[in-house]
Design a protein around this ligand. Sequence first.
Ligand code: PLP
Length: 405
Amino acid sequence: MPVVSPKIEASSPHVMNTYGRLPIALSHGQGCRVWDVNGNCYLDALGGIAVNTLGHNHAKLVPALQDQISKIIHSCNYYHIPNQEALAKKLVELSGMTNVFFCSTGLEANEAALKLARKFGHDKGIERPEIVVYEKAFHGRSIATLSATGNPKIQAGFGPLVEGFVRVPINNIEALKVATANNPNVVAVFFEAIQGEGGVNPMHLDYLRELRALCDQRDWLMMIDEVQCGMGRTGKWFAHQWAGIVPDVMPLAKGLGSGVPVGAVVAGLKAADIFQPGSHGTTFGGNPLAMRAGVETIRIMEEDGLLENAARVGAHLNQGLARALAAELASGAVREIRGQGLMIGVELAKPCGTLVQQCADNGLLISVTADTVIRLVPPLIMSEAEADEVIQILCPLIRQLLQTP
Ligand SMILES: *Cc1c(COP(=O)(O)O)cnc(C)c1O
């Protein structure tokens, strides 16, 4: 049943106009469903952009956060925060790495990673360290992270960009070798295991293994931005684990706090001691509410088997989409369905931004990235029945779009 678009002002007079927003204001949610202020219900296949790991109003998360809020929300890093150690210990166990720095967002985690790489270089006498980054990458909107980002639209108007980046195409080890040949200033490679904003582009597992070997050989830090693809979304804790490798530096955020802003940089032995007192810091990073959200999110994911669920429901969704769009895949109108677990991209042969509103009008929340790629990153609690519903709403709208000239 199509829902009627609610009347919400197209723009807010006092909020900076940084997003092309839909005329929808969400009021509350339950599981994978959300309701807007006018009472329309939506199936949530976006999860606040891969953030709402546990969906909405989770029966185990909400009381834990309420308990935390009533005790202490923020203290600051002048004191010990016991749940920092608890969450760090957990992340270290899950990743096979050794130490964690906490912050609040993805770009902050990536800034910390970039600083780690530069200091790693300086500590070994490289005065102008350079970092390998990738075409179509997205790492955030600060000056340094937008410089590392491989999207000219995001960079336009904000120059001069931060220097010290070497850009290469994904999944091409020869191109990387050529771009870094005779360059003793390279200290790190920095990339998403599956590019999110760039259109759900996975790094091939072979490429990841070759890259790991090259980083070891040349003493580079392997820094994997798992802000979007990490925290169980692909069916393993971290997407690079499908390749059986361990990075040296791994920024996290988005799904880590299931909606509470939490960021982290996890470091292995090679990077664990680069920062010393005074090297880096942030006021909100690792605060008691954020840490409780991280600890409880992981605990609940383990208790409820959400990695297994993400893998199973993700495969079901992927295969269901492929079946429903078989003719369009055969004709090339749908170029590819790709991704892993509950991080799925459906690439069309034409721009499809208009689908976002059409899906919402039909009770489904999705996003479109890189103009032509429908991105599905739902909560990891999604059921197969809900995945079927995504297919039932989405595929007819895709077909309709493909048929309009
Ligand atoms: C979203 C995202 C970021 C930026 O995170 P913010 O919390 O918006 O700063 C960085 N890297 C990747 C891969 C992302 O998907």
